[in-house]
Design a protein around this ligand. Structure first.
Ligand code: SF4
Length: 323
């Protein structure tokens, strides 16, 4: 009976029924049972946000659609879409909308040899100008199938943005380029204002969560960029809740600090679908606040830590406070 209920994938219904029928079964037990089945449990109240809508949101969505552009905001089902689109900001996703890697927490589909749109730099610059952006975030899927991982396109986008929008600031959120220093130089030589590369999770979770990535390589990317261009801000980010202990999370933060990274972001991992890694822990807003204080005490120039924090959430605020 419960098997059928589970297969209908209605966690709320199951929670209700388990609570009513099973006198000895507490809500915690039923949640645990759902988790053991790999089924998502409902989010705590501090993680509920209204669905995106409104005229500014629709305007930006249609502008991006017309320009044939993608944003990581929609691809990654980011919970801040509404807030960011409403403020006229978005994170552009270049080099296609499918990734050559298969991170188990990520909503982006896996594929190889997707075509590269060489006109993307002009399109991004045009859309950013239309949107009136003064701080543009550009990211990409990982393109292990391209010789330089797509570094050339990042450089082109930075050039086009700086050429077309007066006094614009550009943050690039790059993949690891398999540690290829020549590719990193290509991006650094284009003079982004902030170079961001996410470590994402603790070292011991890489095999489970990022089987095609390498923790130490990501740290090397950060330290290489900071050493090569101390004048460019370096940033990194983590998701909390994939199964790391607090100690492992703090050790990861310390590893990132040792690379010379200036800014850090830490947010709650949310399971994009039942096929992705489940959430092992919902950190409370208070815990996130404690993590933020620890980061500040460690000496980061900027630290954002909260349930809804994502790599580029309030990126301009963090940057402008240090400018
Ligand atoms: S490399 Fe990035 S875009 Fe690709 S699957 Fe992993 S998290 Fe997603």
């Amino acid at each position: 009976m419960f098997g059928n209920l589970i297969s209908t994938y209605n966690p709320k219904l199951l929670l209700g029924i388990v609570t009513i029928l099973g006198e000895k079964m507490s809500l915690t037990h039923s949640r645990k049972m759902l988790k053991e089945q790999g089924i998502r449990v409902s989010k705590p109240k501090w993680l509920r946000k209204p669905l995106p809508s409104g005229p500014e949101y629709e305007k930006i969505k249609s502008l991006l659609k017309k320009g044939g552009l993608h944003t990581v905001c929609s691809q990654a089902k980011c919970p801040n879409q509404f807030e960011c689109y409403s403020k006229g900001t978005a994170t552009f996703l270049i080099l296609g909308e499918k990734c050559t890697r298969n991170c188990k927490f990520c909503a982006i589909e896996q594929s190889f040899n997707e075509a590269v749109d060489k006109d993307e730099p002009e399109k991004v610059a045009y859309a950013a100008k239309q949107m009136g952006l003064k701080y543009v975030v550009v990211t990409s899927v990982t393109r292990d199938d391209l010789e330089d991982g797509g570094a050339f396109l990042f450089a082109e986008v930075i050039h086009e943005l700086k050429k077309n929008i007066e006094n614009v600031f550009v943050e690039v959120l790059i993949p690891d380029f398999k540690g290829n220093e020549k590719a990193l130089d290509t991006v650094l030589n284009a003079n982004p204002d902030v170079l961001n590369h996410n470590v994402e999770t603790a070292k011991n979770l890489y095999e489970k969560a990022r089987p095609m990535a390498d923790y130490d390589q990501s740290l090397k990317v950060l330290s290489y960029c900071k050493n090569k261009r101390p004048d460019i801000y370096v940033k990194s980010g983590l998701m909390a809740g994939l199964g790391e202990t607090m100690e492992e999370l703090l050790n990861t933060i310390k590893d990132i600090k040792k690379t010379g990274t200036d800014f850090i972001t830490i947010g709650q991992y949310l399971q994009p679908s039942a096929n992705h890694l489940r959430v092992e822990k919902f950190y409370t807003p208070e815990e996130f606040e404690e993590i933020k204080i620890i980061c500040e005490n460690l000496g980061f120039k900027g630290a954002a830590s909260g349930p809804f924090v994502r790599s580029s959430y309030k990126a301009f605020e963090m940057f402008s406070l240090n400018k």
